[in-house]
Design a protein around this ligand. Structure first.
Ligand code: DGY
Length: 322
């Protein structure tokens, strides 16, 4: 039987590339050079499945006309880089990879929190630059997390996992904003309080962690006004999507001391990161490492493969984007 033709737009973990190459007529991106919008658009005519990821752009314009491709197997849980309505309107099934990256992304939120509160980035830069003059009682004092209040915006899988870790490890009190009710059993054991508005959470928190999808109504959800509510001693953590924060307003708030600090794994317009942000000592900046462990990236890839397998054998896909 002829194998279905599939395209992976970037390099994937070796184990998954092997599996897909055995089961499909798979084109791999062995040089890992990002594909242009036009090249991905053209691929829709040449392949039965296109498997894009977070760093690609799939705007509405590429989904006009008749395509050979019938499924987009997205490597990643977030899909704000794909115009879903246009893709589905063109008859494509879209799948993603929820669940398998929850723990690693929550770990990254905690990493940012600890690094920011304890000034770990600043300290490392000082030491590596040869500027450390030795221990002293007032050297680089940070903030203790124990007993502080963590505000979660978006109490989904990753928000809950972050809150659980912060409560268990540091005894942080948890407040959160979520559009819909969160089942009691999912937030049990951390005395989490749901507040009515985002503003209520920002005002009540020492540390705010963002866990909402990017794009659409969440673009610039955290505006200049909302940043000011977190306050001069407050810390903002973002391991969700860069566009959830108004990045210009963030830089201004950090520069003028309206916001205490920011720990960021994601950026507006990444991989470009403004020099102004890089120059600020009260930031911790990571290159979108949220899910970057071998185990998780393999799980994500196998999840895409499972979705393709189901689709091409006429079964319901396990992880449809609806
Ligand atoms: C995703 O899957 O959307 C993440 O951002 C990748 O870490």
């Amino acid at each position: 039987m002829t194998k279905h033709k599939i395209l992976l737009t970037r390099r994937w973990p070796e184990a998954v590339e092997k599996r897909l190459s055995a089961d499909y007529d798979a084109t791999l991106n062995t040089d890992d050079v990002p594909m242009t919008v036009a090249a991905i658009g053209a691929a829709l005519n040449d392949y039965d499945a296109v498997c894009p990821t977070v760093s690609d752009k799939l705007p509405a314009a590429i989904f006009t006309g008749n395509h050979r491709a019938r499924i987009l197997g997205n490597f990643g849980v977030g899909f704000n880089h794909i115009d879903i309505a246009a893709a589905q309107g063109a008859g494509l099934t879209v799948t993603n990879t929820p669940g398998v990256l929850t723990d690693c992304t929550a770990d990254t939120a905690l990493t940012l929190m600890l690094m920011l509160a304890r000034r770990a980035g600043e300290g490392e830069r000082e030491l590596r630059a040869g500027n450390w003059t030795g221990w002293r009682p007032t050297h680089m004092m940070g903030t203790r997390l124990r007993g502080k209040t963590l505000g979660i915006i978006g109490m989904g899988r990753i928000g809950i996992a972050t809150a659980k870790r912060a409560h268990a490890a540091f005894g942080m009190k948890v407040v959160y904003f979520n559009l819909v009710d969160v089942p009691e059993d999912l937030v049990a054991g951390m005395e989490a309080r749901r507040l009515d508005t985002i503003e209520d959470v920002l005002k009540a928190s020492d540390v705010v962690s963002l866990h909402v999808p990017g794009g659409g109504e969440n673009t610039h959800l955290i505006s200049a006004e909302r940043l000011a509510l977190i306050g001069p001693n407050g810390m903002l953590i973002n391991s969700a999507r860069g566009d959830v924060i108004d990045q210009k307003a963030l830089i201004d708030a950090l520069k003028t001391g309206k916001l205490g600090g920011a720990g960021l794994d994601v950026f507006e317009g990444e991989p470009d990161v403004p020099a102004e942000l890089i120059a600020l000592e009260n930031t911790v900046l990571l290159p979108h490492l949220g899910s970057a462990t071998t185990e998780t990236r393999e799980d994500m890839g196998h999840m895409v493969a499972d979705n393709l397998d189901a689709f091409f054998s006429g079964k319901p896909v396990p992880n449809p984007v609806s």
